[in-house]
Write a protein that binds this ligand. Structure first.
Ligand code: DGP
Length: 116
């Protein structure tokens, strides 16, 4: 789907809202989370609007794989050699607040488990 009106992440991907971009290619953009929960907190998103993981199908498996690969590359770039976490919050009970699928890459400190 093309850019969805009022979707903040569509606007970031389109360059209409500023963000500190760390990766951009034809399909994927990664940028720093505005409300960082760790020393490194990046969001990796597809340019194409998909509301959540629950809206994907097997057809999106390659795109989802590329999103995870970008996260791995960024973890290496930020030298998160002692470890990091990737999270995709899904819908309300999963804690998703922005309805455009995004992967969180968190690192730079020891992360607790389980999450709240
Ligand atoms: P989630 O709760 O999983 O939907 O995560 C959404 C994240 O998006 C949250 O950690 C804060 C971040 N966020 C929300 N609005 C903006 C924005 O305008 N710019 C940036 N860089 N991050 C945002």
């Amino acid at each position: 789907m093309a850019e969805v009106p009022d979707c903040i992440f569509c606007k970031i991907a389109a360059g209409e809202i500023p963000a500190k971009i760390e990766h951009a290619d034809e399909d994927i953009v990664a940028f720093h989370d505005i409300n960082a929960a760790a020393p490194v907190h990046l969001l990796v998103i597809p340019r194409r609007h998909i509301a959540s993981l629950a809206e994907t199908t097997d057809a999106e498996a390659p795109l989802l794989g590329r999103i995870v690969s970008v996260a791995r590359q960024l973890a290496a770039k930020f030298e998160l050699d002692s470890g990091y976490r990737v999270v995709i919050n899904c819908r309300e009970d999963g804690g998703q607040s922005v309805p455009h699928i995004h992967l969180h890459l968190l690192g730079g400190r020891r992360l607790g488990w389980p999450p709240g």
